[in-house]
Design a binder for this molecule. Sequence first.
Ligand code: FES
Length: 293
Amino acid sequence: MDIHQSSTVLDALIHVREEIDGTLGLRCACRASICGSCGMRVNGQAKLVCKTRVEELSPDGETLLVEPMGNQPVIKDLVVDISSFFAKMEQVTPFLQPDKLPESGEFIASNDSMEKLLTEMNCIMCGLCVSDCTVLEVDNTFIGPAALAKASRFVYDPRDDKTEERLKFLNYEQGGIWDCTRCMQCVEVCPKGVAPMDRIMALREKVMDAGHTNTNGARHATAFVDSVRHSGWLDELKLPIKSFGIFNLKAMISLIPLAIRSQRAGKVPPLIHKNIPEVENVRRIFDKVENKK
Ligand code: FES
């Protein structure tokens, strides 16, 4: 179809609905990347279509593939059912829970503390991160990038008094912070720079600093760091043992098929894990980062 050079994908879709097929189902409202309602997949990646110019993706008139967002059931055409998105939001109690109200007036929060939350507060709940989350694709119990970024917004808010309860929930709940695989898709597609994965990593640090280290995820992270600090590279043989615990027989047995597949593929790590040459340089990096904190 012929469209203006500055047209967005949403303009094109509205043109289709008004001129070609009045039955086309799509969602939109503000047309200014504020309301978050026009999330769709364009050429396989989640985007706000009101913010995506056709010319950017189709400079020479290439065909664009527009699909509904992923990881949520389709209601009609380009409209998905967002109820699971909001159910996951509710799981993280997305509101302030102060123990007591101020005696008079309102809560005073410092500028500095609020500025630190600006990134999280930029979220417009468009769900693009949920659409392209590779964990949700295989495990619907994962709380997901949007809700976890929202959780971090309240964990770091000085007016909230339920930090400990929130951290415990995010740490121990199935589908919590340790299920993120750091694929970066949420960071890539977020139209507001919220970078949900970075928020999840900050929550991991926070739960470990608070002493909640008795999970597979926390042990995995610690084992990873210890191995690289000690030898300069990852001891893949010890990693699962340290993550699950050697006495966790069920977990150890469940790893046997993986070990057999790795062996067949010639990917079994060396039994004797040697330090890399000049490992002191790696240790110096660790010291620098830790002293910076
Ligand atoms: Fe509101 Fe696109 S229509 S964000």
